[in-house]
Design a protein around this ligand. Structure first.
Ligand SMILES: *Cc1c(COP(=O)(O)O)cnc(C)c1O
Length: 408
């Protein structure tokens, strides 16, 4: 069954130079990410909002705005739509209106993080284009998703991560079929190993944004969010920013939805959230530069946002600036406190990167950068269960009389 194929071409995100569709691409000649372009006029005629009603509740719903040609090439593990959780008690505790904080809980996706969206799409496109062997540097979740989707599609994968990547990520990646290696360096140094090995090891480089389709997969967060809000957008989006795929993708989604007339002109303010110990985008935003410098000695327990340099830095900064948003860093303590607050007040378990968005929300509210009535969507990018948790739990000696007055 045909899905309707509306890709016209790809463009370099920096120079605008055009590249043909239906071919294998890496970065542009300028060494920058390629963006997929669609015939939006044709899409407007081919599909209506109402058509969504009968479609499966997954990331492939608005397929006309997705880059694959033949549905038979899609590799899927069940990429369900993820819920929007309102947090009225937490909102009030932080001094905002009850409907202010909304968590989009991406931890429900296959492999327990929103990396599934990007990798489901990119691996499906690799499948469509005949790529069989893929390698990737990762801080954990991307490698786990790559591994799962490659195995699911009968493809080989090789994953390189910093040696202090959460052990859970390394083991799940191996369990799902990939060859996984710990490297005594950061993600950009793992990236160099992948890049240098392209010829000798004959693999395709799946580093963040080095192939064009992960953005299109992450774009579905924006398509889905707009649909869930009744074809509208929130006032502000807090996004934990590493390579920035999701922020760039969502911004693209909102522009495309506006251009096909499914949402109005209102756009959300995009906020890039980073950690004090690794904040290259925040620094570039504050200094007003187009690109971000490599961040030295990057460190944060929120591993997913420990990305010292991003090839799509200018696209992140452009989206943040064009949307009237901002970039903000938070401390390790603020991240831990936000994770506790959300768990203990709302029963919603954020991963550290998700908690960073809540910490930034609080900081932005306290400093007047957002209003207490603003509806803010925070991205909880992965399942909190994939990360170490603070020690907890009391003990009871069954052989002694129990003092029930302790259960206050
Ligand atoms: C990858 C990742 C991020 C960063 O996402 P980008 O879109 O690459 O910026 C944040 N949090 C978690 C848990 C991640 O796995």
């Amino acid at each position: 069954m045909s899905k309707g194929y509306f890709v016209t071409h790809l463009v370099c995100g920096l120079t605008g130079k055009e590249y043909p569709a239906r071919q294998i691409h890496e970065l542009s000649e300028a060494g920058r990410p390629l963006l997929v372009k669609y015939d939006l006029e044709a899409i407007k005629k081919a599909v209506k909002k109402e058509d969504m009603i009968g479609r499966a509740p997954d990331m492939w719903r608005l397929r006309e705005l997705l880059p694959y040609e033949d549905p038979a090439n899609v590799i899927s593990l069940g990429e369900t739509m993820t819920p929007l959780l309102d947090c009225p008690r937490l909102s009030e505790q932080y001094g905002a209106s009850p409907e202010a904080i909304i968590v989009k809980d991406e931890g429900r996706l296959p492999t327990g993080s929103f990396k599934a969206r990007g990798l489901a799409m990119a691996v499906s496109m690799a499948n469509e284009l005949g790529i069989k062997r893929i390698a990737m540097p990762t801080n954990g979740n991307a490698g786990a998703a790559l591994s799962a989707y490659c195995t699911r599609g009968g493809m080989e994968s090789f994953v390189f991560c910093p040696d202090d990547t959460p052990e859970m990520n390394i083991r799940e990646t191996a369990l799902q079929g990939s060859d996984v290696y710990r490297v005594n360096g950061l993600i950009n140094e793992c990236g160099k190993i992948v890049f240098d090995g392209k010829e000798a090891a004959n693999w395709f480089d799946f580093s963040t944004l080095k192939e064009p389709y992960r953005i299109e997969g992450k774009k579905t967060m924006g398509l889905e969010l707009a649909e869930q809000m009744g074809w509208d957008v929130p006032d502000v989006i807090f996004y934990p920013t590493g390579g920035g795929t999701g922020l760039i993708g969502m911004w693209k989604a909102f522009q495309e939805l506006r251009d096909i007339g499914w949402i109005g002109d209102k756009m959300p303010r995009m906020v890039a959230v980073q950690a004090d110990g690794c904040a290259p985008i925040v620094k570039a935003f504050d200094e007003g530069t187009q690109h971000a410098e490599l961040w030295q000695d990057a460190s944060t327990h929120a591993a997913g946002i420990r990305v010292p340099v991003a090839v799509g830095d200018f696209l992140i900064l452009e989206a943040v600036r064009d949307s009237g948003g901002f970039a903000m860093a938070v401390s390790e303590e603020q991240i831990k406190q936000a994770r506790l607050d959300c768990g203990q007040v709302e029963g919603v378990h954020l991963c550290p990167e998700g908690a960073a968005t809540l910490a930034a929300y609080k900081k932005a509210l306290d400093s007047g950068m957002i209003k207490k009535t603003d509806r803010a969507v925070l991205f909880n990018c992965g399942s909190g269960l994939k990360y170490p948790l603070p020690e907890a739990g009391g003990t009871i000696d069954k052989t002694q009389p129990i003092d029930y007055s302790q259960f206050k």
